[in-house]
Design a protein around this ligand. Structure first.
Ligand SMILES: [Zn+2]
Length: 1031
């Protein structure tokens, strides 16, 4: 709203409104700690026009065209205008071209190129942008290249499902083509959202993992690791998704806590007892080993039963069957109760005594399953004896490799039993009918003791939402055991924020036995290996790989599927490796895990020879994902971490900490936050700055909640900030810092004190940005503009600003402080609210071109602003003011006069600095007291009428870091003023209600230039009738 458009001009209504918006007088006394906020009270000594408006044009009201509020669409529209006008899109290249020494490199973790931009993207990208903008303003050249992770199963599956039945007939090349255009469409949408959020980058030069040059770099890393023996092909159990027909990495799983398995207790009959066991059994009853498993379908692949050598085991007699069972001694009671029977313990022995024994496979009577010691056996569940199927468990596999047991897999890519499993099981899906048949077979063999349904957490394919199995297959692996130790050592030099993230990362790394990097899909980077058509041999060496890398670099990885074998393996390459014929080989069918794609981004994106980023900043899921794959590939190839600092943020959750999901209806779309929803009264258009303020304000190191009320609160914060800025802008009108500034030491004490606070604020803010603690920046700023400025300083200085002469040093002193405050404030929040910061800059009356806060550096404060001694003066005066205001609750302070009595001493000397005369209505002391007049005495006045209030207090002066300490008492005597209200400044300082107070008389009469026109201000300040006059 332009107040200048009021029909009566800037008169009484405008002034009253100004008071309302800029400082609501609060007539209460706050308890107050030293150096903290103080409330303004009784602030009604502001100028208002007299009833005839005679002096209204003689006061200097704030003027600025900076709008107080942006209503409805104005907010997002103004942001778009600012982006255009202030060159948001050119800022990245501008700052790259600067000649500066330091560079700050934030390496963008690539979001996945599927789906629409969501609130999680907003959190991540805005945090990065705040960090970048801060470092840029501090003078570093920013290296930030946004990227996208473009390959992978989720995109491939989406494309295939959209094609439906037609997908069956598509070639790999056709699927890849469709997957690429799908990814491109997603990238386009996400990019325009990121730009709209104000994220600074060169959006025409991003990186994409499907770019040929990127793929070539990635293959080079692959080959370097292969050459070092860190990449190998092996037959091992891996997580396998029958629904996607591919191996999956740990990061591609999600655990379903509601999964139901059919758990079973099975007897493994004793075949050959260990020597110790021989002595404990008499052969009168059959002996079996009790095993419990949740995966009945893995029983056919059993190769052993494992025990814990250090634990006690028992032979028990079952009261129901009379059979003897072996199980862990600790599990006797619980297992008996599960089997609804009782066990009588015959004897106990150590687990190690089982060594050398064997039991029979419950479905294949002649097959021996050795009893083996293993460290992974636990007593938390089951019987203390673990069924071991090396093809279907990582730990089982490791036991099998120690004892040279076979790792035969009876399950194919579709999760179906193969013919090797026998006719009863062949072609049956292991998790469905297969499980059922196995249980029936165990029942028929009389080895099943019990079956029950068990609800437990089970891994699912994160994309198809179907359960996975563990299945041995020939895959490519990265041997991370050899890399882990170095990686952990290097991590010690990396700064993690929060610090606990380091342990979390090490733990996830420790949990990973190996990294399976091959996938049996087509949308990805091929593993550049050729397989012999008839022999189980493969071909890969530096010549073949170099040739493929060159092709990929030029034409992209499509060549793997489009070029004939003789071009992928040309004669000259083959002749170097012994003259084999290309036609004897076929290109391998596996592609690389997308974590390998994105994990090698450092080699393509990071600048310089060092190729280390100053910062990686991602969500906590990346501790087991991108942070880790980046670290492992970097350590494997060059023995260094790709990052110096890692900042980890939480996930976005709903208001009550619940996950966001469409079904819960709590999904917040960033586009709706910015542009509003269908019902704009329920979902108003907030603009991007509100979204950014929310991001900055959140404690990002834990989970981050978002809801309509959170966003609304963010909007309110920004509105208050806007009002503060408007006051600052309005009151520096007509001020030129270069010519009008007052040297710090000549400024009013309160103005000097504000600079002192400002310097402290600036240091704390800079420090918080340095620590990436943007929430603290917001809290510091908010406290400053609400408490120190709006509630305190602004209410005190209005009289000086509005009623003194334009060029009066008292007024200039205040404006000097305001100009500094404005500058520090804008730079402080600029990284967080770039649109508002630039908008403010367009309204700074003395701003020089370029009018851009981002092109003019970081906060500049002066060490001479630091004046801790002033705290004593202001704090003690405020203590006395609190006594005064507390004594007249609900009253207008200006209608009272105050006598302050302080015994001679340090406190008196300090207060005397603020008022040299005994009694004054214009002193700095009286300004702070906001009274009609203040009298400063060192002893009690002689007379005191009955109509007075007396308050006493003490104040502890603490100077020079505690070297000077002195407690002084003071007395505040309050009485109604005998003066009348000045019709110009409204202070009770006039002799009669129709004469000006001495100060106003001097201001008005001393400047009368064109009395006839009833204008009483200097010509150059005569603003009457000017359309520029707003407040
Ligand atoms: Zn006056």
């Amino acid at each position: 709203m332009r107040w200048g458009l009021y029909p009566r001009g800037p008169g009484a209504a405008a002034l009253a409104a100004a008071r309302n918006f800029w400082a609501r007088p609060r007539l209460r006394c706050h308890p107050r700690g030293r150096g903290t906020a103080r409330s303004v009270s009784g602030a009604s000594n502001q100028p208002q026009s007299s009833s005839n408006g005679r002096y209204r044009d003689t006061v200097l009201l704030p003027q600025t065209s900076f709008p107080m509020k942006l209503l409805g669409r104005q907010q997002p529209d103004t942001e778009l205008e600012i982006q255009q006008k202030c060159g948001f899109s050119e800022l990245y290249s501008w700052q790259r071209e600067r000649k500066v020494k330091t560079e700050f490199c934030l390496h963008d973790g690539p979001p996945y190129a599927n789906g629409d931009p969501h609130i999680g993207h907003a959190l991540n990208k805005i945090l990065k942008d705040i960090a970048n903008r801060y470092h840029m303003m501090r003078g570093s050249k920013i290296h930030f290249v946004p990227g996208w992770d473009c390959h992978g199963l989720p995109i491939e599956i989406k494309v295939l499902s959209e094609l439906g039945g037609k997908a069956q007939n598509l070639s790999a090349v056709e699927i890849r083509k469709k997957a690429r255009s799908f990814a491109e469409a997603a990238i386009k949408k996400q990019r325009s959202a990121f730009i709209r959020w104000g994220v600074m980058a060169d959006w025409n030069n991003c990186y994409y993992t499907f770019d040929g040059k990127y793929e070539a770099k990635q293959l080079r890393i692959f080959y370097q690791m292969y050459e070092k023996g860190l990449v190998y092909r092996s037959y091992k159990p891996v997580f396998w998704s029958p629904s996607s027909r591919t191996a999956l990495a740990e990061a591609e799983l999600e655990y379903n806590p509601e999964h139901v398995s059919r758990s079973i207790y099975v007897k493994f009959p004793l075949l050959k007892p260990s020597p110790k066991l021989v002595s404990l059994i008499d052969g009168s009853s059959p002996v079996s080993f009790l095993v419990w498993t949740t995966q009945a379908w893995t029983i056919p692949a059993n190769q052993a039963v494992c025990y814990m050598p250090d634990s006690k085991y028992a032979i028990v007699k079952c009261s129901t069957s009379g059979d003897l069972y072996v199980l862990a001694a600790d599990k006797v009671t619980s297992v008996a109760s599960a089997l609804e029977t009782t066990f009588e313990v015959i004897s106990t022995f150590s687990g190690a005594d089982l060594e050398g024994g064997t039991c029979a496979h419950p479905l294949i009577p002649d097959k021996a399953s050795p009893l083996l010691p293993a460290s992974h056996v636990t007593m938390t569940k089951g019987t203390g004896l673990v069924h071991t199927a090396p093809a279907h468990g990582m730990e089982d596999y490791s036991v099998a490799s120690q004892h040279n047991l076979p790792t035969d897999c009876l399950v194919d890519e579709d999760g179906v039993f193969t013919d090797v499993a026998g006719p009863k099981l062949q072609n049956k899906a292991v998790l469905e009918e297969g499980t059922d048949v196995v249980i029936k077979m165990l029942q028929a063999a009389k080895h099943l003791l019990k079956e029950e349904r068990l609800v437990h957490s089970y891994p699912y394919d994160w994309r198809t939402k179907k359960p996975v199995v563990i299945r041995a297959s020939k895959q490519w692996f990265v041997n991370i055991t050899d890399i882990k130790a170095t990686a952990k050592e290097l991590l010690k030099k990396v700064k993690f924020i929060p610090g606990s993230a380091l342990n979390a990362m090490v733990e996830t790394m420790d949990r990973r036995p190996y990294w399976c990097i091959s996938r049996q899909r087509v949308w990805g980077v091929p593993i550049p290996v050729f397989h012999h058509k008839t022999k189980d041999e493969f071909l890969i060496n530096s010549q073949t790989t170099e040739h493929i890398i060159k092709l990929v670099e030029q034409h992209g990885s499509d060549v793997w599927w489009t070029l004939p074998p003789e071009q992928l393996l040309p004669k000259e390459v083959l002749s170097q490796v012994g003259g084999a014929d290309a036609l004897e080989y076929v290109p391998g069918q596996d592609i690389l895990d997308i974590w390998f794609d994105s994990g090698t981004s450092w080699s393509y994106v990071l600048p310089g020879t060092d190729q280390r980023a100053d910062l990686y900043l991602e969500g906590k899921d990346q501790l087991g994902g991108w942070f880790q794959s980046s670290l492992l590939t970097s350590v494997a190839t060059r023995k260094k971490a790709p990052f110096k600092t890692v900042v980890v943020h939480g996930f976005t959750l709903g208001e009550k900490g619940e996950k966001m999901s469409k079904s819960l209806g709590n999904v917040i779309d960033p586009d709706v936050v910015i542009n509003g929803g269908q019902d704009q009264s329920a979902e108003p258009p907030y603009g991007a700055d509100v979204l950014r303020w929310w991001v900055a304000e959140s404690n990002v190191f834990t989970e981050v909640t978002i809801s309509p009320s959170v966003l609304n609160a963010a909007r309110d914060d920004i509105s208050k900030l806007r009002n503060t800025l408007r006051f600052l802008l309005g009151n520096v009108a007509g001020f030129n810092p270069e010519t009008d500034s007052i040297p710090v030491n000549n400024m009013h004490v309160i103005d000097q004190y504000m600079l002192h606070l400002l310097q402290d604020l600036a240091n704390k803010i800079t420090d918080s940005y340095k620590q990436y603690d943007f929430g603290k920046v917001v809290r510091l700023l908010r406290a400053f503009y609400t408490r120190e400025l709006s509630n305190f300083y602004f209410s005190i200085i209005k009289d000086r600003l509005y009623c003194e002469k334009a060029g009066d040093p008292k007024r200039r002193s205040c404006q000097t402080a305001l100009a500094e405050i404005l500058d520090v404030m804008v730079r402080s929040f600029a990284p967080i609210l770039p649109h508002l910061a630039e908008e403010v800059f367009q309204h700074v009356p003395y701003a020089k071109e370029p009018k851009s806060v981002f092109r003019t550096g970081w906060i500049r404060t002066s060490s001479i602003w630091k004046k801790p001694g002033l705290e004593e003066a202001i704090e003690s005066t405020c203590a006395m003011r609190d006594s005064f205001l507390g004594s007249i609750p609900g009253k207008n302070a200006a209608e009272y006069e105050v006598i302050i009595v302080i015994e001679p001493g340090l406190l008196f000397e300090i207060i005397e600095m603020l008022q040299a005369e005994e009694t004054s209505s214009t002193s700095q002391l009286n300004e702070l007291m906001m009274a009609s007049q203040t009298t400063l005495l060192s002893q009690d006045p002689p007379l005191v009428t009955t109509d007075v209030i007396e308050r006493q207090g003490t104040f502890l002066i603490n100077l020079e870091g505690g070297d000077i300490r002195e407690e002084s008492s003071y007395k505040v005597i309050v009485m109604p003023t005998t003066k009348e209200k000045c019709p110009r400044c409204w202070k009770y300082t006039a002799e009669s209600s129709d004469t000006l107070c001495p100060r106003c008389a001097e201001v008005v009469n001393g400047n009368m230039k064109h009395l006839e026109g009833r204008c009483y201000v200097p010509l150059h300040l005569c603003l009457r009738g000017s359309s520029k006059f707003y407040i």
